[in-house]
Design a protein around this ligand. Structure first.
Ligand code: HSE
Length: 415
């Protein structure tokens, strides 16, 4: 017999109220929200005031509440609440990607020790069921790459910019629609995409990587010059989160990419997300859906709540059987770097250069750069440099020298 779920909900913002709606409109599951804990007693709420409390202990110390759904912004407070709930033997569902990425090494063992579930489908790519698919469906297939658009806000801004809508206006609209984080820097500088990528790395490749070890470059450096460059080559610019297996290592980063119409994410617009999974036997598969918003994310949270009825838990099987895969930043990426200032481009230590353009108003260079060089440039803080990653763009040093040699050979034989 499936168990009855009594939910203590923490947070009643965009996703919390979305969960309330989807739960009420779904007749499928035997679950009810018993208590909602929020911070601000003065704020007007859209539902009966009797649900609300302002003391987290009203959830943590209520023995009838067996599920805590955590949907607040602050990752440190969320960590405290989730840790206490797990220790008290309550199952937890959360969509807090920042908390999960920062504290996965503490939280996953804590859930295991206390024999409870910690589920977070809503934390990655909103409504797309990617975590459970990585856990269950791809259990026996060796994954070679996972990449995608994991942030609705930036994809919305980039899509709007193609229709001539400016950055500030598009961001404001994404905030009004409830897509953006409370601190939108997390979206536009690629942090949110990176937190989600950290979770994909765990479930796809079984590796634990701290967020600070992964490069994230956001979209604030993209000017009309980059949009024009991409357009001339027939590309679209998308903020991609990537994880690629090369031998027994995994290379992973977040950056704006030029993608061609051959890429599965080429037609993914606005707040939609896409995840492309490539595996040895099943080959390439695309998951597509709304990556942000009240009801789409609420539906993913509801799906986790419903899975608790049969005591579903992640098993992290890839972490036990990944053949010793290791995360590495020792790789080369093919990039475009543009600037109003030639000197700024000259500062970038390219490994090899394939194209250079210089004019009084704007310059750019295309070539291969070591991932670590991009880390050191601290591109989110630079107003004088813009980065785009080009297609087919990750190589090891060995792979890159073979590629350069091969290209030289072709070039020499053509001339
Ligand atoms: N700010 C996030 C986004 C919300 O724009 O994708 C969903 O995680």
């Amino acid at each position: 017999m499936s168990k009855k779920l009594n939910i203590g909900l923490v947070g009643f913002g965009c996703v919390g109220s979305g969960l309330y709606d989807v739960l009420n409109r779904s007749n499928l599951i035997d679950a009810k929200i018993k208590r909602i804990v929020v911070q601000d007693p003065k704020k007007e709420r859209s539902i009966d005031q009797s649900y609300f409390s302002f003391d987290i202990n009203d959830i943590l110390n209520d023995p009838e509440i067996n599920v805590v759904v955590e949907l607040i912004n602050d990752s440190a407070s969320a960590f405290e609440i989730v840790s206490q709930a797990l220790k008290k033997g309550k199952d937890v569902v959360t969509a807090n990607k920042k908390m999960l990425a920062e504290y996965q090494a503490e939280l996953i063992p804590l859930a295991k020790e206390n024999k409870v579930s910690l589920l977070y489908e809503g934390a990655v790519a909103g409504s797309i069921p990617i975590i459970r698919n990585l856990e269950e469906y791809y259990n026996n297939d060796s994954l070679t790459s996972v990449e995608g658009i994991l942030n609705g806000t930036t994809n919305y801004i980039l899509t709007q910019s193609n229709s001539g809508i400016g950055y500030e206006e598009a961001l404001k609209s994404a905030q009004e629609l409830g897509f953006a984080e409370a601190d939108p820097t997390l979206d536009v500088d690629g942090f949110d995409s990176k937190y989600k990528l950290v979770l994909l790395l765990k479930h796809a490749f079984g590796i634990t990587v701290a967020p600070k070890e992964i490069l994230n470059v956001g979209i604030r450096g993209i000017s009309e010059k980059e949009v024009a460059y991409a357009g001339e080559k027939g590309y679209r610019i998308k903020l991609l989160s990537r994880a690629e297996k090369i031998g027994d290592q995994v290379v992973s980063f977040v950056a704006p990419h030029c993608i061609s119409d051959q890429h599965s994410a080429y037609n993914v617009h606005n707040e939609f997300n896409a995840v492309v999974v490539e595996a040895l036997f099943s080959d390439k598969q695309l998951f597509y859906g709304k990556g942000a918003g009240s009801h789409p994310t609420g539906s993913a949270v509801l799906s986790d709540v419903s899975a608790l009825k049969f005591d579903y838990q992640y098993e992290y099987r890839k972490a036990q059987s990944n053949g010793g895969l290791k995360y590495t930043t020792d790789a080369f990426i093919k990039v475009y770097i543009g600037s109003k200032y030639v000197n700024a481009i000259e500062e970038v230590a390219f490994y090899s250069v394939e194209e250079t353009f210089q004019s009084a108003a704007y310059s750019f260079q295309v070539g291969w750069v070591k991932l670590e060089v991009l880390f050191d440039l601290n591109l989110n803080a630079r107003k004088d440099l813009s980065l785009l990653v080009l297609p087919d763009s990750i190589q090891t040093e060995k792979g890159l020298s073979e590629l350069i040699e091969k290209n030289l050979f072709i070039y020499e034989n053509q001339n």
